[in-house]
Design a binder for this molecule. Structure first.
Ligand code: NAP
Length: 315
């Protein structure tokens, strides 16, 4: 960043779990931003700033707003982000950046046309362990990678009906975090070769998935296991072996790294602070960051996926 940045006003649109847990404290901890408003169609928002029912009300009531963070479920993102870009606001998108590939592509085009920042965030990429893994892989070639992303959907998505609906991503809602880390670590495209999706008889989206990925930068195919039926503590692991025989284990969703069995210090709380620092810097430099490769891998899994119906699931 060149020189001190001025403080910019920002609103959060979509005031649910992630907005409350991470976006509010991270914005309040980032000197480049001041939280000016929230948008929550049904909820009261928070008491410190005004809350609006939708982005149209927000944009009318706070015309000097600089930026918007869109933290709704993915299906609502496109219309909100487009309206904000058209009103001249910089936009941060929670992951995934849209319900389709075309939506964020169009948003990126619009942002570029208007000279605005669009930041399609992948929070898992901002873990300290992921940066440490990238450094540990410098000068190495990856021989193999295994991804295992297992969690209890009842613990992490209580009452979130949208995750099971079309455009809700099912188990790919957390699984895309693993794919985003892999995309950051592998220095060439990763693509899906095979996919098997297990869909509960009473749902529209998979509760588990097995993928095989490939990349010209990895010696062997990459097995990926995503499962929402896991109890007894989440297991979010990526294991990597290099051609030179080094073994890396990224665990806790990318927060922790061990190299050849030796742990490196981790910090699970740095993801969103890093995201808002990057957003402020992108705005300062007049740049955009829109990497759609994790979303493309999910789309490929849905395109290629063999589907099996499994027993109905009650939340
Ligand atoms: P959530 O708790 O269900 O919250 C979503 C919020 O969006 C709700 O408050 C909902 O408001 C609001 N909303 C829906 N449509 C809207 C619209 N058109 N305009 C304004 N607000 C709207 O979901 P979440 O867990 O926060 O997840 C949101 C996004 O963050 C997802 O894409 C998810 O992948 C991502 N994310 C979640 C987590 C996590 O741990 N939960 C972590 C990282 C990323 P109403 O309730 O009033 O309808």
């Amino acid at each position: 960043m060149s020189g001190p940045e001025r403080e910019r006003s920002i609103a959060i649109v979509g005031f649910g779990k992630i907005a409350r847990d991470q976006h509010v404290p991270s914005i309040e901890g980032e000197p480049g931003f001041r939280l000016a408003a929230t948008v929550s169609p049904r909820g009261p928002g928070m008491d410190r700033v005004p809350n609006f029912k939708d982005e149209v009300e927000l944009l009318r009531a706070v015309p000097d707003l600089d930026a918007v963070a869109v933290c709704t479920p993915p299906g609502a993102r496109f219309a909100i982000a487009r309206a904000c870009l058209e009103a001249g606001k910089h936009v941060l998108l929670e992951k995934p950046p849209g319900a389709t590939l075309g939506e964020p592509e169009e948003l990126a085009r619009l942002a570029e046309e208007r000279g605005l920042t669009l930041f399609a965030t992948w929070h898992a990429q901002h873990n300290h362990g992921v940066d440490a893994a990238r450094r540990a892989l410098e000068g190495e070639r990856i021989r193999s990678m295994r991804i295992s992303w297992r969690e209890d959907v009842r613990k992490w998505h209580p009452g979130q009906a949208w995750i099971w609906e079309p455009g809700g991503f099912g188990v790919f809602d957390p699984g895309i975090n693993a794919l985003s880390i892999a995309a950051k670590l592998v220095p060439a495209p990763l693509f899906v070769r095979r996919a098997k999706l297990s869909v509960p008889g009473n749902k529209q989206q998979p509760i588990s998935a097995e993928l095989t990925l490939a990349s010209p930068a990895i010696g062997e195919d990459v097995p990926v296991e995503l499962d929402w039926r896991h109890s007894g503590g989440e297991r979010w692991d990526i294991a990597i072996r290099t051609e030179s025989g080094r073994e890396l284990l990224l665990s806790e969703g990318g927060a922790k790294l061990a190299v050849d069995g030796e742990g490196r210090p981790g910090d699970a709380n740095g993801e969103y602070a890093s995201i808002y620092r990057c957003f402020a810097e992108l705005i300062g430099r007049g740049e955009r960051e829109v990497d759609l490769s994790p979303l493309r891998m999910v789309a490929e899994a849905f395109l290629l996926g063999e589907r099996e119906m499994v027993e109905p699931f009650e939340d």
